[in-house]
Ligand binder design. Structure first.
Ligand code: NAD
Length: 417
């Protein structure tokens, strides 16, 4: 029985197998490199605000420990399942290896719908979940971070619960914390900033200038909103934003600052007067130069890939493109910036946060952004050069580089790491 049985894990496995063929990884080594090293499933009983007891399920998966501690986000979403978390942990391994960060990949989450929980209920879930996984996390073991449905506040509760148990403040146990308790300047915007940096590089390669480059973003959360805001400020023309329940379109460009203010005031992007209403599904196939899916998995599929019109697909989300869609995009000549490269700005700045916490010395935002810029650009160059040299697409190139680094380290240390 495959305990990770899940469509997302199947997708991550297929991607791995394809690359393992290219790299000619011996059969015996493949499962060692592919399958997670540790996975944990825990029950999280809490009192709801109305006095009822409800038990939620939480997971943490650590993919490999060969390069150091593991690193990856915590997701709160009703569809969270062990197989999905395992796939995301695998992708984190490849992402860290691609950016030469000293981590294996991890991921975790709680199957819950945060929009239906009060702040006090979320705090109880977070503290109970953290309590259950304390033996498996720590600055030298596994360092969680925010992901879909979690945020700085949730990281603050995790850090506090862990610290109370250790009887000392341990800021380096999680990243993506508020700045006043050990967070890094620039972390909040980092994933979106990283998306913009690789889009800049791709535009330069394809001879596109920012002013005439139209951008559509799916998801107006941490990644999507920051990518859109930064790209708008840098001169790109953001013409579409897709959200749950519908999106917005303005062919002359949306004023992102006004949209962010509107969302802050109203709690939603719906009803924003500076753009027309549009269907999310239509926005994904609308005319544009850059499409940034920054919401969930399986968004570009065999059902819509042939109608996608962008020249650059920058994957802000993890796993937004299915394998079948990927082949269609390659045939169409779309320049794909794969997730493990496009959204690596988050974990890279999390790495800076962990370094700062351990040093007790905090960097200026300009230093954080400069270091991020250097890592994103050199990772982009590595991928594009590898793709051109080996005549493969960018995704295969990124995976080949990353998986080769992990497989090499596992061989070097021995099969048990
Ligand atoms: P988030 O919860 O802050 O935002 C997600 C946004 O997407 C929300 O506004 C939500 O309403 C919207 N959304 C959800 N489903 C949608 C749909 N079907 N159509 C349109 N909009 C939809 O989450 P986030 O942190 O921005 O993460 C988004 C993606 O980026 C995830 O795949 C996550 O794993 C990935 N990611 C996040 C980070 C990070 O630093 N936060 C880093 C790397 C990768």
């Amino acid at each position: 029985m495959n305990v990770y049985d899940h469509p997302t894990f199947d997708m991550a496995s297929r991607q791995f197998d394809r690359v393992a063929d290219y790299l000619q990884i011996p059969d015996g080594d493949r499962d060692r490199v592919k399958l997670p090293k540790r996975s944990l499933s825990v029950a999280i009983p809490i009192h709801r605000d109305d006095g009822r007891t409800e038990v939620f399920t939480g997971f943490r998966v650590q993919h490999h420990l060969a390069l150091g501690p593991t690193k990856g986000g915590m997701r709160y979403h009703q569809d969270v399942a062990l197989g999905e978390v395992a796939a995301l942990a695998m992708w984190m391994s490849w992402k860290c290896a691609l950016c030469a960060l000293p981590y294996g990949g991890a991921k975790g989450g709680v199957a819950c719908d945060p929009s239906k929980l009060s702040s006090t209920e979320l705090e109880r879930i977070t503290r109970r979940f953290t309590q259950e996984i304390i033996p498996f996390i720590g600055p030298q073991i596994d360092i969680p971070a925010p992901d879909l449905g979690t945020n700085e506040q949730i990281m603050a509760w995790m850090m506090d619960t862990y610290s109370m148990h250790m009887r000392q403040t341990v800021t380096a146990v999680v990243t993506g914390k508020p700045i006043n308790i050990g967070g890094s300047r620039g972390r909040r915007e980092a994933t979106g900033r990283g998306v913009m940096i690789v889009c800049d590089e791709a535009c330069q390669k394809l001879g596109l200038d920012r002013e005439r480059t139209r951008v559509i973003v799916q998801g107006f959360g941490n990644v999507g909103s920051n990518a859109a805001l930064l790209m708008h400020a840098a001169g790109y023309k953001v013409i579409g934003i897709a959200e749950v329940g519908g999106g917005l379109h303005n062919k002359n460009g949306i004023d992102l600052k006004a949209l962010a203010d509107f969302r802050q005031k109203n709690g939603t992007v719906h009803g924003f007067p500076g753009a027309e209403k549009a269907e999310t599904a239509d926005l994904l196939v609308e005319d544009c130069e850059i499409l940034i899916p920054a919401a969930t998995e399986n968004v570009i599929t065999s059902r819509n890939a042939d109608r996608v019109k962008c020249r650059i697909l920058a994957e802000g989300a993890n796993g937004p493109t299915t394998s079948a869609a990927d082949d269609i995009l390659t045939d169409k000549g779309v320049f794909v910036i794969p997730d493990i490269l496009a959204n690596a700005g988050g974990v890279t700045t999390s790495y800076f946060e962990w370094v700062q916490d351990r040093q007790g010395y905090f960097w200026k935002e300009s230093v954080v952004n400069e270091q991020l810029d250097a890592i994103m650009k050199s990772s982009f160059e590595d991928v594009v050069r590898y793709a051109e040299t080996h005549h493969v697409n960018n995704r295969i190139a990124a995976y080949m580089l990353a998986i080769d680094r992990v497989a090499y380290t596992i061989r070097q240390r021995g099969i048990y790491a």
